[in-house]
Design a protein. Structure first.
Length: 316
């Protein structure tokens, strides 16, 4: 039998956006309840070393940073729950949500911090080196630094791939870009920038066959020209995938305004407000541009402050 729980603030998702929102909401005595979601800790738990989050002069591993954020949220008595939200109903005055264990939640405010999921090719070798932190990454800004002075390969042909290839070109001796069609999807200006960068080589009509290595680290990429069928190996120590992200917003689409690629639209730029009063968004679920832990944390803070002001205005 399902149980109804009332709360003033429900936080959905446990990346840097969710935990920062929790810390602020808890310190404002909103007694937040967080459902961690399918991947507790979010995308950072698949990152090896985080060196660009201010306050960690020696760097920190992604999983360790998320444990610290969780501990900080719990210190102020955030109710952190292992589980995920399967359904919401924002049609009435009360914001309703249902957890995977059947709990029905009635929340005065909701902070959506469900993030986005990077897409990967799905090759076994790619997933192996991704899991062990052996040279596969979906974030050049996060991990490019580890490959400075080395050769890297990047897959993709959109704006992200171009931006990331250009970023890598400043650090790496050579960047090989694998484009599966005979053209870019990226905007002309981004594609031109890549074409005009001397240490970026673009291979069109090229698919990835396998990520090569000794089991511990990446040493190359086997590629196939999908017109000629010819295969060859490219030496590299870093294999970057930039084929898009999927924002984790499916359960909200009936109620929350999304853009054409599924990202949540801010109702009022410069705030965390969605089109539903009392429902706020933080982090990558609404951000296809920056996608950084520190920007997610910043918007998490904004969402908690907006939620608190919303409650105050309602006389809570
Ligand atoms: P996109 O969906 O625009 O592009 C994804 C790219 O990956 C496409 O070129 C696609 O190829 C390729 N791809 C997809 N699957 C595979 C696969 N299995 N193997 C090989 N290649 C594959 O994603 P982005 O992340 O680049 O951009 C998302 C949105 O964010 C866009 O609207 C973009 O304009 C925006 N953005 C804007 C930026 C800016 O303006 N500074 C920076 C970054 C993003 P194909 O073309 O063959 O389908």
């Amino acid at each position: 039998m399902s149980e109804i729980q009332k709360m003033s603030c429900l936080i959905i998702g446990s990346g840097p956006a969710g935990y920062t929102a929790a810390i602020y909401a808890a310190r404002a005595d909103m007694k937040p309840v967080m459902y961690q979601g399918m991947q507790p800790g979010g995308q950072l738990t698949t990152t090896n070393e985080v060196e660009n989050f201010p306050g960690y002069p020696d760097g920190v591993t992604g999983p360790e940073m998320m444990m610290q954020l969780e501990a900080q949220a719990k210190r102020f008595e955030t109710d952190v729950r292992f589980g995920f939200i399967t359904k919401v109903d924002f049609s009435g005055d009360v914001h309703k949500a249902w957890a995977d264990d059947g709990t029905e939640i009635h929340a005065d405010t909701i902070i959506i911090s469900t993030g986005a999921t990077a897409k990967y090719l799905g090759l076994e070798s790619e997933q192996h080196y991704l899991k062990i932190g052996g040279g596969v990454s979906a974030c050049a800004v996060c991990d490019g630094f580890f490959y400075r002075g080395q050769e890297t390969v990047i897959v993709g042909a959109g704006d992200s791939a171009c931006e990331e290839a250009h970023y890598l070109s400043k650090l790496c001796t050579k960047v090989t870009m694998l484009v599966r069609k005979d053209e870019f999807r990226a905007s002309k200006i981004m594609a031109e920038r890549v074409k005009n960068t001397s240490n970026i080589e673009i291979l069109f009509n090229t698919d990835t066959v396998e990520v090569l290595g000794d089991g511990q680290g990446v040493s190359g990429t086997r590629v196939r020209n999908n017109v000629t069928g010819k295969e060859h190996d490219i030496p590299c120590t870093g294999f970057f995938v930039a084929i898009g992200h999927k924002p984790n917003t499916d359960i909200f689409q009936e109620y929350i305004n999304l853009d054409e690629t599924g990202y949540i639209r801010y109702e009022q730029p410069g705030t965390s407000k969605t089109n539903v009063p009392g429902v706020f968004v933080a982090g990558d679920a609404a951000d296809k541009t920056y996608r950084q832990a520190v920007t997610a944390a910043g918007t998490g803070c904004m969402a908690a402050l907006d939620a608190e002001r919303y409650l105050s205005a309602k006389g809570h």
